[in-house]
Design a protein around this ligand. Structure first.
Ligand code: RIB
Length: 305
C-alpha cells in the first residue's frame, strides 16, 4: 500500500434546500439522496481514484448502510481488509443540508466510527510495508488518532493530519507526530485560539503550529487558495477557478490529492498544486465520493488550465 487512511466512514443523508433553515424552522427541500461519505472514506477514495494503492482502516456498523459503504469503497479500488464490521452499533451517518448557494451544514452521528480504538490501530502494522503516507482526520476518537500517528511516524511514513471537524483540544503529543497539517480557516482558528481571516493571520497561525512541533502547515483559505509554510519556505497555493455546485468533501479531495502526489514521489509544491486541482474538480459535482475525480479526469483538467 502506498497510502493508508485511518478514519471515518459515513453514509451521507443529503437534503437540498433553497437555503439553510434557521433554528425552529421547517423548510420544504428540493431533493434527498443517500451518498457514501465520511472524511476517512472520502480521502481513501480520492487517493484510489488517482490510481495510488490505498488501504482504509476504520469501522462500519452491521447494517445495510455498512454493506453499501463497503461495496462502494471496494469498487473504487480501496483495500478494505482493515475495515471492521462492528455489529454492536449502526454505521456513521452525516445529515447534510446543501442550499441553492452551495453552502452546507452537517450533523454527524458517529455510530461505528465512535468505537474506533487501539484494537483498530493494531491492524496498521500488517499493512505498513511499502506505505509512504498515513492520512488522518478527527472523526474517530482522538486516542486512536494519536496511536495511529505514533505507529506510522515510527515506521517512517509521512503523517498528514486533516484536523476536521474543528476542535481546540488536540493533545500536545500529537503535533510532533504530524509532518503536514491541513486545516481550513475555522479549524486553524480553533487550533490556535485566535481568528484566522487572511494571509497574515494564517502565517501567524502556521508559526504557532510549527512551535508546537508540526513540520509543514497548509492552511486552506477557501476561495483565497491556501498558504503552505514549511520550516524553510512559505508559498501560496492558488485555487483553480471553477463553478461550484457542492463543496462537500472539497477538503477531503485536497488531502487525497496531496497524499497521492507525495506517495507518487512529487515534491511538496507540485503535490499541493495537484491537491488544489482535485479539490476544484470535486466542487463541480454533487455529493462526497461521487464528486472525486479519476486520474484521467485530473490529467485532462490540468492539461486544460
Ligand atoms: O468532509 C465531508 C464529509 O464530512 C461528508 O462526507 C460527511 O460524511 C462528513 O463526514
Amino acid at each position: 500500500m502506498s497510502v493508508i487512511v485511518f478514519g471515518s466512514i459515513n453514509m451521507d443523508l443529503v437534503a437540498r434546500t433553497p437555503r439553510i433553515p434557521v433554528p425552529g424552522e421547517t423548510l420544504i427541500g428540493h431533493s434527498f439522496e443517500t451518498v457514501p461519505g465520511g472524511k476517512g472514506a472520502n480521502q481513501a477514495v480520492a487517493v484510489a481514484r488517482l490510481e495510488i494503492p490505498t488501504a482504509l482502516i476504520g469501522r462500519v456498523g452491521g447494517d445495510a448502510f455498512g454493506e453499501t459503504l463497503l461495496n462502494g469503497l471496494v469498487s473504487s479500488g480501496v483495500d478494505c481488509q482493515g475495515v471492521l464490521i462492528d455489529r454492536t452499533t449502526h454505521s456513521g451517518v452525516a445529515i447534510i443540508t446543501v442550499d441553492d448557494a452551495s453552502e452546507n451544514n452537517i450533523v454527524i452521528v458517529p455510530g461505528a466510527n465512535g468505537h474506533v480504538d487501539a484494537t483498530d490501530v493494531d491492524r496498521l502494522p500488517a499493512i505498513l510495508s511499502g506505505a509512504k503516507v498515513l492520512l488522518l482526520q478527527l472523526e474517530v476518537p482522538l486516542p486512536a488518532v494519536v496511536a495511529a500517528a505514533k505507529v506510522a511516524k515510527q515506521a517512517g511514513l509521512t503523517v498528514i493530519l486533516d484536523p476536521a471537524p474543528a476542535r481546540s483540544d488536540l493533545p500536545d503529543q500529537l503535533y510532533p507526530l504530524v509532518d503536514i497539517i491541513t486545516p481550513n480557516q475555522v479549524e486553524t482558528s480553533q487550533l490556535v485560539g485566535f481568528e484566522v481571516s487572511d494571509l497574515t493571520t494564517a502565517q501567524q497561525a502556521a508559526q504557532t503550529l510549527h512551535q508546537r512541533g508540526v513540520g509543514t502547515v497548509i492552511t486552506k483559505l477557501g476561495k483565497a487558495g491556501a498558504l503552505c509554510m514549511t520550516a524553510t519556505e512559505t508559498f501560496e497555493i492558488p485555487v483553480f477557478p471553477v463553478k461550484a455546485v457542492d463543496t462537500v468533501a472539497a477538503g477531503d479531495a485536497f488531502n487525497g490529492g496531496l497524499a497521492a502526489g507525495l506517495a507518487a514521489g512529487l515534491d511538496l509544491r507540485p503535490a499541493t498544486r495537484q491537491a488544489a486541482a482535485v479539490a476544484a474538480l470535486s466542487v463541480t459535482k454533487a455529493g462526497a465520493q461521487p464528486s472525486l475525480p479519476t486520474r484521467s479526469e485530473l490529467d485532462d483538467f490540468l492539461r486544460s488550465v
